[in-house]
Ligand binder design. Structure first.
Ligand code: 26W
Length: 818
């Protein structure tokens, strides 16, 4: 049912009213940005009513609530998504048409709230959508960064980072909630005081600096069910107004420090994906939002429950990777120091309330904090970690008497470091990986000792994505076509999409499906022309790799293969070659020099290839600037081939792979992460799989690596490709790509030559690419394969993932709003 506000006439009136009210303008005089704001206020009105109703339902029905704690929420734009989930998108589009306005243009006014790096942050956003849609009570808990992920500009082929001031015009969907502010304390020291009330000693935190955490709430609209959940992100404010209060010198200094602390804490998202930088400010950010979120959750619980010992019956905290793991000790602190529980009771409650998800096995991503830093910044919390560690070591000794190796490998505190993953596993009642293969690697390799000691905690939850954003909103042509053929149930039950299987051999359906793909390619080609000034042929194969730039994801393998194809075409101009457009999109962490050099290489190759008339446009290379959620939606819809080519064992799951699949692009990939399960679903004849297996890679790694020189010396074509990195083919500066060249051939310090097995996999990658070309030439065969990918994507909805978390870990109750 459509809300009365979305009856067209009422909607049009409301938008006009808002333009008048907000800007004292008539519609004709307003800018598109102002109209965007006005439209959002109208939509927000409807949402607020549902939000209140949801809160009332929660109050009455008192369901268990999950707090999804995450440093990152990569939400993407809200307006279009909210309209979709309110089932008002088409109605509103028509109403705006009647006012002479274009909803697409208005949607484009919205900044992408990019409070995340990549996979982990986007997963959190998909989870919130699914939780609300499945009628579960949930809060997202995070940080309101002033500056989210940087905007990427490409200048002269190089990445340039530009600050993303997403709040500069005000963000219409957020609500400031000063009445729920909390204090968070840093630094200082711990005193022991005798407490006459209990007759025992207590620990008192003194001499700290305090910051006020002020929550901003964003509505999370469920699909067509009146549920509106909350993403609560915390802003920091100074507690004392030093200009008014602080006249004596000591106070003044402290006030200035507190002011600076507050200003710095939420200033910017660390743009490192899969790399731990160890910055003090990062630990401050972690403790800041974790402490505020826990305080808020416990306050809320205590409003209508007396017994804090039963907290776990109504509350569970999911830690999105180790970033919020300080929650373990902070919850202990609150339960003991604020709620008066003894250690054993506090531990019993804590270990029933916290659960941990691991998202990566990359060694450099594991969070370890120097004890010096940790104990200085969070003295009381550190003290609690020491005690958790002491008791855990006793457990290890009881289980493995005399085995000191176990202590060395498993202790939370070791070698002067606090190991956050160990803390999360010891305290968590659940430890999960994000794809079958990933969870197996955790159990057999990375976390083997923990798995052996506490196997009951370990479980897998294969990731998923929301079909509401990545098909219904991002690919409206295909969404309508699917609904015409199988009805709309797929929107909330993606397993229904398998009903499309009956059409995969139907020629009319095939043509329609491929025609929609073509139209989406035309849309992307237009975007590329506008943004890159490159003309691409929408009849060519759109071969796409979009994701963060990281060596393990092997964008370098992709571009080296492009160079190889270029060489082939030059050498054999008469050769049969199906036109191909290689599309890249990727942000590199600002401090990751090699990743940035790979971006430069892609753009340098693009320059040469795109401007070489002799190859007659057979090959084009495009680097899409500023890859983010909003252009991602368009890119997935337009892709023919999904490049998922990580070194096997390195990509925990991947979620882009699922978005491509849903939009009808077969996977060209390694047997890594969720690719394995994609192949299980769609069949290996409908994917292009190549390369070393995870076992083979791990085997090499455990035995000193492999020798890429053997390949270099024996394979002329590969050697030719590498030589072109340093002979001036792509840059007059022959040293520009020397480091990339060296990384593939020479050992460097602790780094093995070609540590991501690019040369090892090159030939089988090239062969798989050849198969892609052959398969694409068979139009019907390709249409069938593309359709099967869409039809077999049912498993990869985040609705399925969330239901598994609910059944196995969270045990939430469904709530219904009248
Ligand atoms: C401490 C620095 C840091 C920052 C971010 C370390 C690790 C991360 C993330 C865990 C990296 C990440 O986003 N991992 C991705 O998580 C996705 C969701 O589960 C998976 O699909 C990806 O395979 C994984 O790389």
């Amino acid at each position: 049912m459509i809300d009365k506000q979305f009856k067209k006439e009422a909607f049009k009136e409301s938008v006009k009213e808002n333009v008048k009210f907000l800007y004292r303008k008539k519609l004709e005089e307003a800018t598109q940005e102002q109209i965007f704001q006005a439209v959002c206020y109208t939509v927000k009105d409807v949402i607020i009513d549902n939000w209140l109703e949801t809160q009332n339902a929660y109050k009455e029905q008192d369901p268990k609530t999950v707090y999804y704690m995450s440093m990152e929420f990569l939400m993407g734009r809200a307006l279009g998504n909210n309209l979709i989930n309110l089932t008002a998108y088409k109605e509103v589009k028509e109403a705006l048409d009647e006012l002479g306005l274009d909803l697409n243009v208005i949607e484009d006014q919205e900044p992408d709230p990019a409070l995340g790096n990549g996979g982990l942050g986007r997963l959190a956003a998909c989870f919130l959508d699914s939780l609300a849609t499945l009628n579960y009570s949930a809060y997202g808990c995070g940080i309101r960064y002033r500056y989210g992920m940087f905007k990427q500009q490409i200048k002269d082929g190089y990445q340039v980072e530009v600050p993303d001031n997403w709040l500069k015009d005000g963000y219409p969907f957020e609500l400031r909630r000063p009445e729920y502010a909390k204090e968070v304390h840093f630094g200082g020291y711990v005193d022991v005081e005798y407490d006459p009330a209990t007759g025992s000693n207590k620990f008192v935190h003194k001499g700290y600096q305090a910051v006020k955490a002020v929550p901003f709430d964003m509505p999370i609209v469920g699909y067509n069910n009146k549920i509106v959940n909350t993403l609560r992100i915390w802003d920091a404010e100074p507690i004392v107004d030093f200009e008014l209060d602080s006249f004596d010198k000591g106070d003044y200094k402290k006030a200035v420090e507190q002011e600076n602390l507050a200003r710095n804490i939420v200033e910017v998202l660390y743009p490192n994906d899969n790399h731990m930088a160890g910055k003090e400010l990062r630990l401050k950010q972690q403790y800041f939002f974790v402490s505020a979120s826990l305080q808020a959750a416990i306050d809320k619980y205590k409003k209508n429950h007396k017994d804090i010992m039963k907290l776990h019956e109504k509350v569970t905290f999911q830690m999105n990777d180790t970033h919020p793991t300080v929650a373990v000790a902070e919850l202990m602190r609150i339960l003991m120091d604020e709620e008066g529980l003894g250690w054993d009771d506090a531990w019993s409650v804590t270990t029933k309330c916290v659960a941990y998800t691991n998202h990566t096995i990359m060694a450099e991503a594991l969070e370890k904090w120097p004890v010096e830093l940790f104990s200085r910044l969070l003295p009381r919390v550190y003290q609690i970690i020491e005690e958790i560690n002491r008791r855990f070591i006793l457990d290890i000794q009881a289980k493995y008497p005399g085995n000191y190796d176990k202590i060395k490998k498993m202790a939370i505190l070791y070698d002067g470091q606090v190991k956050m993953a160990h803390l999360a596993i010891v305290a968590g009642y659940s430890v999960n990986g994000v794809a079958k293969l990933h969870t197996e690697i955790l159990k057999k390799q990375e976390l083997k000792d923990f798995y052996e000691m506490m196997p009951e905690k370990f479980n897998n939850k294969t990731n998923g994505i929301t079909q509401r954003r990545f098909l219904l909103h991002g690919n409206q042509l295909l969404a309508d076509w699917v609904t015409d053929h199988i009805g709309p149930e797929w929107i909330t039950d993606l397993s229904q999409i398998s009903k499309l299987k009956v059409y995969v051999d139907d020629e009319k359906a095939q043509q329609e499906f491929m025609n929609i793909k073509y139209q989406n390619k035309v849309r992307l080609a237009k975007y590329i022309l506008e943004h890159n000034g490159v003309e691409v042929n929408p009849r060519s194969i759109f071969d796409v790799q979009v994701k963060r730039l990281h060596e393990y994801k092997r964008q370098l393998l992709n571009i080296l293969h492009v160079i190889y194809l270029y060489d082939q075409i030059k050498k054999h101009p008469e050769m049969d070659f199906y036109p191909r457009t290689f599309i890249f999109g990727a942000k590199a962490s600002a401090g990751y020099a090699r990743a940035k050099k790979i971006i430069k290489l892609i753009n340098s190759v693009a320059d040469v290839v795109n401007n070489d008339a002799s190859i007659e446009g057979k090959l084009k290379v495009v680097f899409i600037e500023n890859y983010r959620v909003s252009n991602a939606e368009m890119i997935f819809a337009a892709a023919d081939v999904s490049e998922q080519i990580s070194t096997a064992s390195k990509e925990a799951s991947g979620t882009g792979n699922m978005k491509f699949m849903l939009n009808g692009a077969p996977t060209l990939g390694t047997m890594d992460g969720a690719n394995v399960e994609i192949v299980d679903e769609v069949g290996k004849e409908n994917a292009f799989i190549f390369g070393l297996s995870a076992d083979e890679v791990i085997n090499y790694e455990n035995n000193g690596g492999y020798d890429p020189r053997v390949i270099y010396n024996t394979d002329d074509e590969i050697r030719q490709v590498l030589t072109e990195l340093v002979n001036g083919t792509f840059s007059s500066d022959t040293e520009l790509f020397r480091d990339l060249y060296n990384s593939l051939l020479n050992q460097n310090g602790g780094e093995r030559a070609d540590q991501y097995f690019i040369l090892a996999d090159f030939r089988s990658y090239a062969a798989a690419q050849k198969k892609v070309e052959e398969a694409y030439k068979d139009e019907k065969g390709w249409a069938r394969m593309a359709m099967l990918n869409t039809a077999c994507a049912g498993k990869f909805t985040s609705d399925r993932t969330i239901q598994e978390y609910v059944d196995d870990i969270w045990h939430l109750d469904k709530v219904f709003v009248k």
